[in-house]
Write a protein that binds this ligand. Structure first.
Ligand SMILES: [Zn+2]
Length: 78
């Protein structure tokens, strides 16, 4: 198995999906609105907790349709 360097080294990493899910559940109890957090297997071979890519894609699509501005989308003033 070839492990790549972690693209998100700042994120907490877990050795198993169970450990990541346990952490995610803790987050859900502490904070509202984080129910879209998922445990995912990183290219580094460890598990992270983060927002699901589907939700991110949906948010980006909505922003592209002009419903919601993306944070940092106003880098250039045309
Ligand atoms: Zn990683």
């Amino acid at each position: 198995m070839t492990l790549k360097k972690c693209p998100r080294p700042e994120k907490q990493a877990y050795p198993t999906e169970q450990a990541a899910l346990r952490h995610r559940n803790d987050l859900r109890f502490r904070r509202d609105g984080s129910s879209d957090l998922v445990a995912y297997l990183c290219t580094c071979g460890l598990w992270h907790v983060g927002h699901s890519q589907q939700r991110l894609d949906a948010r980006i699509s909505a922003a592209l349709r002009g419903k919601r501005p993306l944070p940092g989308a106003k880098r250039k003033a045309w």
